[in-house]
Design a protein around this ligand. Structure first.
Ligand code: ZN
Length: 160
């Protein structure tokens, strides 16, 4: 089911939408390193501003990524805490209505695509596939930094 709202209903009161949208609805193309298979979670308020429709709220989606440097799989939590969408009733950007119903799905798709990681990294300072010499060198020094094991434990908490 796409995410649709009937703007007639907004004339009476604001609408609160909370739920999840299956990833298939967003028709996101699979990237080699980024896969969107889990549902998009939304928590949105929709209201009328004059004749325009205003949507605001939070979007969240967990992406299954592969690190561009070390190729390890990891979860990337994409979150847009303050998403705002303004749908004018007029002009080139106006909302496309069908029997007073507007489909938010394409707008959600666009918002998510804009936040897709272009170069997914398991952690910002990932050093890629360790060469043998480097790996042993790091172990010898390894002070003050978070050990790899606990860094992975942190990442694993993100998995469901
Ligand atoms: Zn990595």
């Amino acid at each position: 089911m796409p995410l649709k709202i009937n703007i007639r209903h907004l004339e009476e009161k604001d609408l609160h939408l909370q739920g999840d949208l299956p990833a298939q609805e967003l028709e996101l193309d699979d990237d080699e390193l980024v896969r969107a298979r889990r549902p998009l979670l939304y928590n949105l308020t929709v209201r009328l501003a004059g004749k325009d429709v205003l949507v605001a709220g939070r979007l969240e989606m967990t992406l299954d990524c592969e690190c561009a440097r070390c190729l390890k799989p990891f979860c990337f939590r994409l979150a847009i805490p303050d998403w705002v969408l303004h749908l004018p009733s007029d002009g080139p950007e106006r909302a496309v209505l069908q029997d007073d119903v507007v489909d938010l799905t394409p707008y959600l798709r666009e918002a998510i695509l804009l936040e897709f990681p272009q170069h997914p990294l398991c952690q910002s300072d990932c050093e890629g596939l360790p060469r043998r010499a480097d790996a042993s060198g790091q172990k010898a020094e390894g002070s003050g930094q978070m050990p790899m094991a606990s860094a992975w434990a942190e990442l694993n908490k993100l998995k469901f």
